[in-house]
Write a protein that binds this ligand. Sequence first.
Ligand SMILES: [Zn+2]
Length: 432
Amino acid sequence: MTTHTRELGKFSLGVGDRFAHQAKAQLQACIQASHAGVDVIPVWNKSNREHNIIGSEPASTRAAADAAVQALGWKLPYFCDADHINLTTVDRFLSPCDFFTIDVADYIGKPPSPAAVDAFLQRRFSLVGSHRLPGASEPITIKPELLRATAAKFLFAVQEAGKVYRHVEAAKGKGSFIPEVSMDETDAAQTPAELLIILAAIADEGIPVQTIAPKFTGRFNKGVDYVGNVDQFRREIHLDVAAIAWAVANLGLPKNLKLSIHSGSDKFSIYSAIHEATQHSGVHLKTAGTTWLEEIIGLAEAGGDGLALAKEIYSQAYDHREELCAPYASVIDIDPAKLPPPAAVAKWTSQQFTSALRHDPHSAAYNPSLRQLLHVGFKIAAKMGDQYLRLLESNEKVIAKNVTENLYDRHIAPVFLGKPSPVAVLAHAEAK
Ligand SMILES: [Zn+2]
């Protein structure tokens, strides 16, 4: 029996829909992309952590995605991503998901057996040398010590990825889902040379990986712009793309293997670099939490009960900020002194609230600390239950408009169509 392997497609966008109410508005942004000439495959991702915080099940994400696709008549593929799963958390995602982000960051640095390292070094010694890769301006150089050190650091993690992959394959069948391997939630960035060696280990493990998420240089904080050296990122991503192309040609990995960028949303400063580096290879861009913030923006913009609830969410998030921030400590940088007291926010107009929260680099009122706190504050809305969901429903129109515009204008257009990102627009305006 031959089975047809499901393929992700060249350009894809990971979208998060924490309360499973915005799938239509998100899909609308992909429809706009098709109209503009680029097909962007939507992937609804929600991590185990988010499901636990909200108290939802992966099947609800699938139901919302299916309903949106049905309602809008979307004919291209779409996927539901079991985001950041491992062997202990994957099972409840097996049935509703067809994309698995196998997160092995916790296993990086765990020692593999010496025999496994020796076998890898023997098998892959030809990686040693200076590789001039097509499309790369500088070579990737691998010395014997780097090969050994990278094997020692990553082999255990890749073996763990193999276990998770085979667990999913046994349950769902080969080729019926998209496997991703992610190593982004760790301290040290992986260099392009390390990425190449890791891909060799993934090929050895027999994982038909379609997307790989390394940790890039710089900070990818939740919901705010990139913090780091943009030129270094630009060099690195070009080399990563070249390393992947080499791995596809030489290691037997799937032809459509591409980078997955766990952006944490809104990395406007590096969108042009991502576009330049990936317009031929393709890319998967995850922008999970930004939609939940657009819900708050929409509620605030609606005024009345919506604005009152947005203020209440901020007030409670402020009071519980330590607890809310703890799980995300490595991916947020909030300056407590910049958080306005809830009593002050209580007097804000719709305009004051939305301009503090909306990520508009032009605006002096934009407050990244407030934005990051609300980004991790979705637990507050989850606890409000029906009160929150009812307001989402009664304000659907204004929220949907914000969700679609945000995804299309700020993310899809710069990354997939090469339009100026909001930051580039600002730099251009300042130069005038
Ligand atoms: Zn990630």
